[in-house]
Write a protein that binds this ligand. Structure first.
Ligand code: GDP
Ligand code: MG
Length: 436
């Protein structure tokens, strides 16, 4: 894995006070191999390495006091720069703004259409979805089902060709006052000239504000040529990298961003509709360097934790009123964040193999919630009243055991103790940060 390899290199360098020119050469060679193994396209690797070398020499890394820090910083910045520098939002100023999704069959366009609709709707945009797969009604139906799942209206365009259907759907969206129309297209192979021509026509017809290439992160080396060919047919304004949960190496993102200059805007991180996030070049560079996805974790917490709830919790902590009911609620929020596995994956320094993550389960959380829901309000607020007979009752009611209840009460007591420590301004600040 690229992140691990580079992490190792980074680790080695961090320790050393000074490195020689030959150490620098060795380091660059290892970086080059690591990037190639991550499926970054060769021309892109060459560019990255010459960039890092030039900057490293310019910064006189070998003679600097902390060469490790300096070269890691250089590589980080070069990666982030290639990946697109600053994070950019979609241009949705036009009403309606058309967001056109294109890409190969199975890349994840339809799923992504649903994910993006949900995300934009949660940001307060009036969003609608449409599919212009003229020949496959089943494909349109798939999107229709997703639309109702995310509670976003689906518009069925009329017409015999994809371009006609698109035009009709855009008109309808305009009449109904939608801000954004997300347009899903038929999957196509780049070798299929007729379909590539069709997507060109659709793009011209609707003058899409954003034309996004949906690209499977697992396409590896071929990502570059796929991106180039789509870019030639329809000038892309961005790329959405899907299935980054299956391929975390980041090679495709680097290749596409460097070769076409088309920035990655979002990444798909799983099959579920919530497994989607804005792409952050800086964070991806950090991830590639093996520094963990701390920013991602914080953002997940921000979007999952209801702000009002977080404030209420902060107030309770400050007054020493945080009870078992709040505890159960917090556990539920953890689940919203993709459960334990989702959180562990983002922690710095935690590198669990994929199989291990699959085994982390959230059953204990569900059991704890069951126990709390079998308690009376008084028991939740004053756990010390929970005596032996109450424990038996709670265990029976929640289908758990007295041992489990004891264990949970102990964990809660520990948490309460910790919370007392962070009471006051520090705790408040922390909760405010979590709530965004
Ligand atoms: P389309 O042909 O481009 O419309 O692709 P679909 O949206 O139908 O998706 C193809 C497959 O990829 C489906 O099984 C999706 O569940 C899966 N998929 C899409 N995005 C992701 C992702 O980010 N992660 C994972 N693991 N699977 C994804
Ligand atoms: Mg599809």
């Amino acid at each position: 894995r690229l992140s691990e390899k580079l992490g190792d290199i980074a680790h080695k360098l961090r320790g050393s006070a000074r490195i020689s020119e030959s150490d620098l050469d060795d380091t660059l060679r290892e970086m080059r191999l690591a990037l190639l193994e991550a499926d970054v396209a060769l021309p892109v690797v060459r560019h990255l390495m010459s960039e890092v070398r030039e900057q490293a020499l310019g910064a006189e890394v070998a003679r600097s006091l902390q060469p490790g820090q300096v070269i890691i910083k250089i590589l980080h910045d070069v990666l982030a720069d290639v990946l697109g520098g600053q994070r950019r939002d979609l241009d949705l100023s036009k009403i309606p703004s058309v967001v056109l999704l294109c890409g190969l069959q199975g890349a994840g366009k339809t799923t992504t259409a649903g994910k993006l609709a949900k995300l934009l709707a949660s940001q307060g945009k009036k969003v609608a979805l449409t599919s212009v797969d003229a020949t496959r009604p089943a494909a349109r139906e798939q999107l229709q089902v997703l639309a109702s799942q995310v509670d976003v209206p689906y518009i069925e365009g009329a017409g015999a060709t994809a371009a006609a259907m698109a035009a009709s759907a855009v008109n309808e969206a305009g009449r109904s006052g939608y801000h954004v129309l997300i347009l899903d297209t038929a999957g196509r192979q780049v070798v299929d000239d007729a379909l590539m021509e069709e997507i060109r026509e659709v793009a011209e017809q609707v003058r899409a504000s954003e034309r996004l290439l949906v690209l499977d992160a697992m396409t590896g080396q071929t990502a570059l040529s796929i991106a180039e060919q789509f870019h030639a047919a329809v000038t892309m304004t961005g790329c959405i990298l899907t299935k980054t949960d299956a391929d975390v190496r980041g090679g495709a993102a680097l290749s596409v961003a460097r070769s076409t200059g088309v920035p990655v805007r979002y990444i798909g991180t799983g099959e579920k509709i919530d497994a989607f996030e804005a792409f952050d070049p800086d964070r991806m560079a950090g991830r590639i360097l093996g520094q963990g996805d701390v920013v991602g974790l914080v953002e997940k917490i921000q979007s999952s934790v209801n702000q009002a709830q977080a404030e209420k919790t902060a107030a309770k902590i400050n007054k020493g009123q945080f009870d078992l009911g709040d505890f159960a609620e917090q556990l539920g929020q953890m689940q919203n964040m993709g459960g334990m596995a989702g959180m562990l994956k983002m922690l710095p320094g935690v590198k669990l193999p994929q199989e291990a993550l699959a085994q982390v389960d959230d059953k204990p959380i569900k059991r704890m919630q069951a126990m709390v829901s079998s308690m009376t309000l008084k028991e939740r607020r004053y756990p010390r009243v929970i005596n032996g007979s109450r424990k038996k009752r709670i265990a029976a009611g929640s289908g758990t055991s007295v041992q489990e209840i004891n264990k949970m009460l102990k964990q809660f007591a520990q948490m309460q103790k910790m919370m007392k420590k962070m009471k006051g301004s520090k705790g408040k600040r922390m909760m405010a940060q979590m709530a965004g």
